[in-house]
Design a protein around this ligand. Structure first.
Ligand code: NIG
Ligand code: FE
Length: 416
């Protein structure tokens, strides 16, 4: 493999001298950068960067490809730490139901929602699931995502969950994006177990998790801990079964109600707790004492019309915040991180610097990848993008709906 030399970079964003794992509280307001910069990659790594005045005279050769980024900025690729992008079919009929007045919860209780996706997934082949997910990966690549977490959770049966996880494993092997797999067997209670939910939980623990272990099918374990889904006690049991085979918890909590999911996450050393639209004071106090990354999903609030998470309260309390898309057919049919950043600026009142920190270094933490992704640092993965000519960092979230990305570099190679 070769080397890339990017020169005349208007501004090189999120540079790190010493590698840090996350940025918290008021530190999120500063985003380290170098103006008029250069950067060198070799094989799939970042090997050097600095100011143009100190740069070597490098010309295009067979060995080194030189890119002139004059007027353009370079960012580390976004990490999207929460998606459900393997699914069988879109659900725009529920979108129309909501326009006509039904709520997400009402649609779910009449057999729509997650159960609707599970039904459709049953009749979809592994090949079709793979091909559709591949298209979605190509789409998010174009908007700057370089690492993505993908959940199961639309199988809700032994075969269905394993089918999803095998698709994710294949995507991991074939894609240029860095992928992490999260087992979300406890996404909803399948209809046939409605009156015998313990049986389904036993199935997760005794029939699915052992196969995940033997085939190496997941990195993380997730539960939708929510009223009408899984209780904190059930969540605890399922997480511990996952932890026992080496899966780290990353869980859905506090989307509609605050029922103790955060505390269950903290107790089990979750890497992240995600959603957090509904937060009690106690939830924030407990998070402050932990290392768990609060992960917010503003496109979900936008699309469902539910409250936005209290991002300012979290940051102003000294907590770190990470942003992710939640790409899924029900609550967020989009994996567009630049749009997530615009929503976070507009609705959370996060600053442009804060949203970049939240979607790069903090998001890499939420994926267990902060040693290798999420910033421009020597030895880290050369996953980055060069923008079009843009005037400032703030222009990125400001110009919502535009794609300001010109060149995508993944594993040290131009990927578009
Ligand atoms: O994160 N909250 C639970 N799961 C997804 C929605 C899944 C669906 O509606 O299909 C979410 O929003
Ligand atoms: Fe989700």
């Amino acid at each position: 493999m070769g080397k890339l030399f990017i020169k005349n970079i208007k501004e090189l964003i999120q540079v790190e001298e010493t590698i840090k794992s996350k940025v918290c509280g008021n530190k999120m307001a500063s985003l380290p950068s170098i103006k008029d910069a250069w950067l060198m990659t070799e094989d799939d790594k970042i090997v050097a960067f600095g100011e143009m005045i100190n740069s070597l005279e490098i010309t295009d050769t067979n060995e080194i490809e030189v890119i002139n980024a004059s007027g353009k900025m370079v960012f580390p690729s976004f990490c999207d730490s929460h998606t459900h992008l393997v699914y069988a079919a879109s659900r725009e009929e529920e979108f129309v139901d909501r326009i006509n007045g039904l709520t997400y919860e009402e649609i779910a209780s009449k057999g729509g929602g997650i159960l609707n996706s599970a039904k459709r997934l049953q009749n979809t082949s592994e090949v079709d699931l793979y091909n559709d997910a591949w298209e979605r990966l190509e789409e998010i690549k174009k908007t700057g995502t370089g690492a993505v977490e993908i959940k199961s959770g639309y199988g809700l049966s032994v075969e269905g969950e394993l089918k999803m996880l095998r698709v994710i494993k294949k995507l991991k092997e074939k894609s240029e994006l860095t992928i992490k797999a999260n087992f979300l067997g406890a996404h909803a209670i399948p209809l046939e177990y409605k009156d015998n939910r313990n049986k389904y939980i036993e199935l997760i623990i005794n029939e699915i998790i052992p196969v995940i272990k033997s085939e190496g099918l997941a990195d993380y374990i997730d539960v939708f801990c929510e009223t009408n889904y899984y209780t904190p006690e059930e969540t605890d049991i399922i997480l511990q079964a996952g932890i026992a085979v080496g899966l780290e918890p990353k869980i859905h909590v506090n989307q509609f109600t605050s029922i103790g999911g955060i505390q269950t996450g903290i107790k089990n050393n979750a890497l992240s707790v995600d959603h957090l639209e509904v937060m009690e004071e106690k939830d924030i106090e407990d998070l402050i004492k932990s290392d768990v990354m609060p992960t917010l999903l503003p496109s979900c609030s936008f699309f469902l019309g539910i409250p936005y998470a209290p991002a300012r309260r979290l940051i102003d309390s000294g907590l770190p915040v990470s942003l992710a898309s939640d790409f899924n057919p029900g609550s967020t049919p989009s994996g567009n991180i630049p749009f997530v950043l615009s929503l976070a600026c507009i609705n959370y009142k996060m600053t442009p610097e804060e949203v970049i920190n939240a979607s790069t270094i903090n998001a890499s933490y939420a994926m267990g990848l902060s040693k290798t992704h999420g910033s421009i640092a020597i030895g880290k993965k050369a996953n980055l993008f060069i923008t079009k000519k843009i005037p400032s960092i703030a222009y990125l979230p400001y110009s919502f709906g535009s794609n300001n990305i010109e060149t995508i570099i993944l594993n040290g190679k131009i990927a578009n």
